[in-house]
Ligand binder design. Structure first.
Ligand code: NAD
Length: 254
């Protein structure tokens, strides 16, 4: 039972949605998990739930796009658990708009959170992984990396994360560190509920629309992503690096 047992993991944007499920999944596999999000109370609530289920967890507050906050969060995690082996760059925001209406702020915020956030967290964390000669970095991309109407900013960031992932795989591989990406399609969370609302529908309608078209005939759930992250995060996946797994029910095939 190697997997993620006794490893220390940091999951960003873990107060809800996919990140919270990833934190729960890694904790269930025996990892000590830092639940990082903007709001300390929300992060601590997920950590408390993990501890109540018999796991080991710590809530930490940080804006991933701010170097001083990320440094302080990583320091707190290492102080509490003594190491840092696994990072899941999951924190994300949407600021969807058609190109002709997209503002500078819409563009910049999405780049800051997804790209600068993954850069800062990975750069600050890798020092501890290099010291341990072991590490797993997992980045949340998206099917939108292939292009999506209304998401020029988000598609660019999610495609950028794939290039970032492959470069980390090359640079950090010699130190026992792998870097991989998960690219989900539609997953039911607050993020997709907000998207449904923006286009004048409901999450149920969106789920049905996806289910009627994708080969596996259902919408995606946070657990679908968490299972894939857990695979990459496990010790046994040490020869898998620089990869992108699409967790989209086969949406990309049709
Ligand atoms: P969500 O909106 O439910 O959760 C995102 C979390 O990130 C929130 O808790 C939020 O507070 C946190 N966050 C936002 N900005 C932050 C910052 N600057 N610093 C720290 N935390 C911050 O979203 P989700 O659906 O769970 O998505 C998680 C990740 O998966 C995102 O990167 C998203 O782009 C990606 N993704 C989601 C889907 C989907 O269908 N839901 C599909 C593809 C990719």
């Amino acid at each position: 039972m190697a997997g993620v047992a006794d490893r220390v993991a940091l999951v960003t944007g873990a107060a809800q949605g996919i990140g919270a499920e990833v934190a729960r999944r890694l904790a269930a596999g025996g990892a000590k998990v830092a639940v990082l999000d903007l709001d300390l109370g929300a992060a601590e609530a997920v950590a408390a739930e993990i501890v109540a289920a018999g796991g080991s967890a710590l809530g930490v507050a940080a804006d991933v796009s701010k170097r001083d906050q990320v440094q302080a969060a990583v320091d707190a995690v290492v102080e509490k658990f003594g190491a840092l082996h696994i990072v899941v760059n999951n924190a994300g925001v949407l600021r969807d708009n058609l190109l002709f209406k997209m503002t500078d702020d819409d563009w910049t915020l999405v780049m800051e959170v997804h790209l600068r956030g993954a850069f800062l967290v990975s750069q600050i964390a890798q020092k501890h992984m290099v010291a341990a000669k072991y590490g797993r970095i997992i980045n949340l991309s998206s099917t939108s990396a292939l292009g999506n109407r209304g998401q020029a900013n988000y598609a660019t960031a999610k495609a950028g994360l794939q290039g970032f992932t492959k470069t980390l795989a090359i640079e950090l591989g010699p130190f026992g560190i792998t870097a991989n990406a998960v690219a989900p399609g539609f997953i039911e969370t607050a993020m997709t509920a907000a998207t449904a609302e923006r286009v004048g529908g409901t999450i149920e309608q969106m789920r049905e629309a996806v289910a009627s078209t994708v080969p596996v005939r259902r919408g995606g759930l946070p657990a679908d992503v968490a299972n894939t992250v857990a695979f990459y995060a496990g010790e046994e996946a040490g020869y898998v690096t620089g990869q992108v797994i699409y967790v989209d029910g086969g949406a990309g095939l049709i």
